[in-house]
Design a protein around this ligand. Structure first.
Ligand code: DQA
Length: 152
């Protein structure tokens, strides 16, 4: 099973950036842990600060991978183009946030991506990524009948 993790703007600075909010671990360090937890899963990682590059990666992996775990950073709150990209592909996309966006500034409460995603995981620190991978695995192993909002 192939899973693509995509991190958006400023997430290259995890471990350095606002450690009180995002923790003291770099993503590269955490990625090693994730690969250890899921030895049978091919986990690919991509980070970009550029909106179009994130869209290109969604297009590139969105027809062949089992899942995309997307932390679009601040683009979550602004990007109709990423919303459209998620809707354009077949692979389920799980929206992820390290922090609890609902407990922070008002402008972080709205996601332009959530409605296009399979679901959202937020507020569990870096563990949000592991939970999202668990969700992708669950999606591919259970008989996926129509869910509560009619999305399959
Ligand atoms: C974030 C939350 C966003 O509001 C913020 O712009 C980020 C990180 C998170 O993981 O908690 O860059 O997506």
């Amino acid at each position: 099973m192939k899973i693509q993790i995509i991190n958006g703007p400023n997430l290259n600075l995890l471990g350095v950036r606002e450690p009180g909010v995002y923790g003291a671990t770099s993503f590269d360090e955490y990625l090693k842990e994730l690969k250890h937890i899921f030895p049978d899963t091919e986990i690919f990682y991509y980070q970009s600060n550029v909106e179009g590059e994130i869209i290109n990666k969604i297009h590139e992996t969105g027809f062949s991978f089992s899942g995309i775990v997307l932390n679009a950073g601040a683009y979550t709150h602004t990007s109709i183009a990423i919303h459209d990209a998620i809707k354009s592909v077949k692979t389920p996309v799980i929206e992820v946030h390290i922090s609890n966006v609902h407990a922070r500034e008002e402008f972080r409460r709205d996601s332009l991506l959530a409605a296009a995603c399979k679901g959202t995981i937020a507020g569990f620190g870096m563990d949000s990524y592991r939970l999202a991978i668990e969700a992708v695995k669950q999606l591919t192993t259970t008989v996926n009948t129509v869910d509560t909002v009619g999305r399959t």
